[in-house]
Design a protein around this ligand. Structure first.
Ligand code: AMP
Length: 212
């Protein structure tokens, strides 16, 4: 099955995607992770997008569509889970065209609903492992040892774009450019809305229920 996980930054897409990946054998394709990896490695793509990521603005549709086409082709028919893509109506239209060409379909869209205030609270306390990407929160889900990942012992850092001014900007961008994608897909693809403010395990349970 091919799925899109949809929701504002900080709605838990990455966490839920990892769980769905493990349970359903889907490939987790996160544009944010791919772009951050390119920045960390200093590739051509990384150099192009570094400042854009730090500002909270969006990378151009052309770059994103080319990047994701490659990934979708690589995954083939194993089933994928998109996280952070598509993020504009232009990307959704581009993805639709690619999927027709590749003879693939979106099985369902799962929307994680989280209020703006809750997102700000979550993102400002978020710490991410530089190695395995596991996400912690300084208050809600702190690591056992400050600054160290429970899972792999890696160093925890605050993402540059998880600082307060950038969080607000990313939320504005989400509301203006990403939310309209749901109208694009309504009536064409099954859309399941889930309350993303419930405890993580509950959210996972609801996602499993709606996908049955
Ligand atoms: P994320 O980890 O999904 O919050 O993405 C982090 C940043 O990467 C975003 O704020 C954008 O700058 C960039 N980015 C990720 N996915 C996309 C996308 N589909 N289109 C454009 N920019 C993106």
């Amino acid at each position: 099955m091919n799925l899109i996980l949809f929701g504002p930054p900080g709605s838990g897409k990455g966490t839920q995607a990892e769980r769905l990946r493990e349970k359903r054998g889907l490939r987790h394709l996160s544009t944010g992770d791919l772009l951050r990896e390119a920045v960390a490695k200093g590739t051509d793509l990384g150099r192009k997008v570094k400042d854009i990521l730090a500002s909270g603005a969006l990378v151009s549709d052309d770059i994103i569509l080319a990047l994701m086409r490659e990934e979708i082709v690589r995954v083939g028919k194993q089933g994928w889970l998109l996280d952070g893509f598509p993020r504009t109506v232009g990307q959704a239209a581009g993805l639709d065209a690619q999927l027709v060409e590749l003879d693939q379909k979106i099985g369902a869209i799962v929307v994680l609903n989280v209020r703006r205030e809750a997102v700000v609270e979550r993102l400002s306390g978020r710490r991410t492992c530089t190695q395995c990407k596991t996400v912690f929160h300084v208050k809600i889900n702190p690591p056992r040892v400050d600054g160290i990942c429970d899972r792999c012992g890696g160093t925890l850092v605050q993402r540059e774009d998880d600082r307060p001014a950038t969080i607000e900007k990313r939320l504005d961008v989400y509301e203006a450019q990403t939310q309209p994608i749901l109208a694009h897909y309504r009536g064409k693809v099954a859309i399941h809305e889930v309350n993303g403010e419930l405890p993580v395990d509950e959210v996972t349970r609801f996602i499993e229920l709606v996908l049955q």
